[in-house]
Design a protein. Structure first.
Lengths: 75, 366
């Protein structure tokens, strides 16, 4: 099942690149870097989430910062 | 300037209305009921953070015309701190949108499409939104204009048939414990109203700016009115059991039964939900794409739409492991983080900008 998810993610990322890459002009270097960086970031995050679904997410980070205040409102 | 499209002030107001109400109608009654009990319908009136954020957005836009809050923060506090603030704001928008997508798909799967995997529902929505966002602000604006009348009509179609069933006694005791419960219930609602800072991203594209302030305020009042009506109807119909349901308003729609054949109006509720969530996700998606493109000094926002959409989809999976956890997070940590980032930080920016202007150290336009 995990490998199916990996395959699915890879297919999505490849399709995204095939669709978007030819639309960027040769001169748009910054855009290409930004696109590649965000795609790689997304891919890495997706693989991490497939293998470690319990990885602490943004909600936990925010919880850690706001814990003292959150307790005050909790019911 | 990345975006060349223009929207009208009316479209701005409609976009803001649809950017706030859909999720608020769905989950606000249950969350507010926890704090305010039978005074939950008064809570939306304390929309203080909506007024504050609108004021901040318009003041900042007057000081730095044509720039949104991510660009303005760089001008006010310098390059590096400005970039950091921009990153935090963009992260919060991604996070918020992840929550919205999660709520959307959880609701659809929980109430209607029991057999469908969550990721299919959220993935298809993100894909559709990505195409709309690629089209730019004009497309999103026109979608809003197209969907808003349908949204309002469906909303009224749920409210009006239920009127004979309402029990006014559920409202009593009115302000039984004074005004405080309704105010503490309003605390969570500020999450939704603080989203009004989005106006700052859309203002640079408004063609007739003179009318913008008035129409934004009108849209804020429309949001308040809608929330008061939906909370009131839920309360009058369900009474004390409002707090037991995750989606009390869906129950209201299910309750309708006119002349024995006009039943199962929850499909209307679903229509409202899909239309509203589409616009809401589109607007926040657009804001994060535009902000990210400006943050990275790109010449075009379109190339990063799909990668950001993919990350957005991951966020929607990542924010919480189940619906209960999500609702708990919304009523505690999310409220504080959104209020800090979308209200307090812009307010500080405005203060610094004002002080800078006052002491004449403001740099001339580049």
């Amino acid at each position: 099942m995990k490998w199916a998810a990996i395959l699915g993610i890879t297919v999505v990322l490849v399709f995204m690149t095939i669709y978007e890459w030819p639309k960027m002009k040769v001169k748009m270097k910054r855009e290409k870097i930004a696109f590649a960086a965000l795609t790689i970031l997304g891919g890495v995050l997706a693989f991490l989430l497939v293998f470690y679904p319990e990885m602490p997410g943004p909600t936990q980070w925010i919880d850690a910062i706001y814990k003292p205040l959150g307790k005050f409102l909790e019911k | 300037m990345i975006e060349k499209g223009k929207i009208s002030a009316l479209q701005l107001g409609m976009m803001m209305y649809l950017a706030i109400t859909p999720t608020a109608i769905l989950t606000a009654p249950a969350i507010t009921y926890k704090y305010a009990k039978q005074d939950l319908w008064i809570s939306p009136i304390w929309a203080l953070s909506g007024l504050i954020t609108i004021f901040i957005a318009f003041r900042l836009h007057n000081m730095y015309p044509g720039q949104n809050i991510v660009q303005v923060s760089e001008r006010i506090v310098g390059r590096f701190p400005g970039k950091m603030i921009g990153l935090i704001i963009l992260f919060v928008y991604l996070y918020l949108n992840g929550i919205v997508i999660r709520e959307y798909s959880e609701f659809l799967v929980g109430a209607f499409l029991n057999q469908t995997p969550l990721i299919v529902v959220s993935g298809s929505m993100v894909l559709v939104c990505a195409f709309a966002v690629r089209g730019g602000v004009e497309i999103v604006g026109r979608f809003t204009q197209l969907f808003l009348p349908a949204f309002v009509v469906f909303f009224l179609l749920i409210i009006i048939p239920i009127i004979p069933e309402l029990n006014l006694l559920n409202m009593l005791p009115f302000m039984g414990e004074g005004i405080m419960p309704s105010i503490s219930g309003a605390g969570v609602l500020q999450t939704w109203f603080s989203e009004y800072i989005t106006v700052s991203f859309l203002l640079p594209f408004v063609a007739d700016r003179k009318k913008a302030a008035k129409i934004t305020l009108i849209s804020l009042f429309a949001v308040i009115l809608t929330l008061v009506i939906s909370n009131l109807v839920t309360l009058l119909l369900l009474g004390e059991i409002t707090g037991n349901y995750t989606y009390p308003f869906l129950l209201v729609a299910r309750y309708i039964s006119l002349a024995e054949f006009f039943t199962h109006l929850e499909s209307l509720h679903m229509a409202i939900w899909v239309l509203g969530a589409f616009v809401k996700i589109c607007i926040f998606f657009y804001v994060s794409v535009l902000g990210a493109a400006q943050w990275m000094n790109l010449s075009d926002h379109r190339p990063i739409v799909f990668p950001l959409g993919f990350i957005l989809l991951l966020f929607s999976v990542w924010v919480a492991s189940n619906m209960q956890e999500l609702l708990h997070a919304i009523s505690t940590s999310v409220t504080f983080s959104l209020l800090t980032v979308l209200v307090v930080i812009p307010m500080l920016l405005l203060c610094i900008a004002w002080v800078k202007k006052r002491f004449g150290r403001i740099r001339t336009m580049r």
